[in-house]
Design a binder for this molecule. Structure first.
Ligand code: HEC
Length: 156
C-alpha cells in the first residue's frame, strides 16, 4: 500500500508533461520543444501599430509568403520547410499563448529586432517601418486573431 502514493505521483507527472508537450507542435514536440517566450499577462489586442503606422495586409501577405512561411509555415503554425532544421523552433502563431501577447506593437517589435539566440532575423535591417507594419498586420489578422486552429493541435 505504501507504493500507492508513488504511483499516483508518477501518473500526475506523466500527465503534466504531456500537457506541456501538447502545447507545442506535436510533429516536433518530442525532439525539439519550443521554449516559451516571456509572456506578460494577456496583452491589449486593440493597440495600434507604433509610430502611427497602418499595415497593408495584402502587401504583408506577399512578403510573408516569400520570406516568413519557410519557418513559420503557410498556416502560421511554425511548421514551414525550414522549421525542421532549427532550434528553437519558429514561433507557432496559432497557440493560445502566442495569441495572448502578440498584439500589433509586440509583432512590430519582434519582427524589427528579431530574436537573439534564435534564427528569427532582425527584419528592421532590410525593411522600412511601413513594410514591417504590413507583414505584422498580416500575421496579426491572419493568425493571431483569426480563430484558426493549428494542424493537429491540442485544439487551443
Ligand atoms: C529562419 C527562420 C525564420 C524566418 C525566415 C522568420 N522567422 Fe520569425 N521566428 C523564428 C524563430 C526560430 C522564432 C522563435 C524565437 C523564440 O522563440 O525566441 C521566431 C519568432 C517570431 C515571432 C515571435 C517573437 C516572440 O516574441 O515570440 C514573430 C512575431 C515572428 N517570428 C515573425 C516573423 C515574420 C513576420 C517573418 C517574416 C518577415 C519571420 N518571422 C521570419 C524563425 C524565423
Amino acid at each position: 500500500m505504501g507504493n500507492l502514493p508513488v504511483a499516483v505521483l508518477l501518473a500526475a507527472l506523466v500527465s503534466a508533461s504531456s500537457t506541456v508537450l501538447a502545447e507545442t507542435n506535436p510533429k516536433f514536440a518530442t525532439v525539439n520543444p519550443v521554449p516559451d517566450a516571456p509572456k506578460p499577462a494577456a496583452a491589449d489586442m486593440s493597440l495600434p501599430m507604433p509610430k502611427g503606422l497602418k499595415g497593408d495586409i495584402e502587401k504583408g501577405r506577399d512578403f510573408y509568403m516569400q520570406n516568413c512561411y519557410t519557418c513559420h509555415g503557410v498556416t502560421g503554425a511554425g511548421d514551414g520547410p525550414r522549421a525542421y532544421f532549427i532550434n528553437p523552433l519558429p514561433r507557432d502563431f496559432l497557440l493560445e499563448t502566442s495569441r495572448q501577447y502578440l498584439n500589433r506593437p509586440a509583432l512590430f517589435e519582434a519582427i524589427s529586432n528579431g530574436r537573439n539566440g534564435s534564427e528569427m532575423p532582425a527584419w528592421g535591417r532590410v525593411l522600412n517601418d511601413q513594410e514591417i507594419a504590413n507583414v505584422a498586420e498580416y500575421v496579426f489578422q491572419s493568425f493571431i486573431i483569426a480563430g484558426k486552429k493549428g494542424r493537429g493541435k491540442s485544439g487551443k
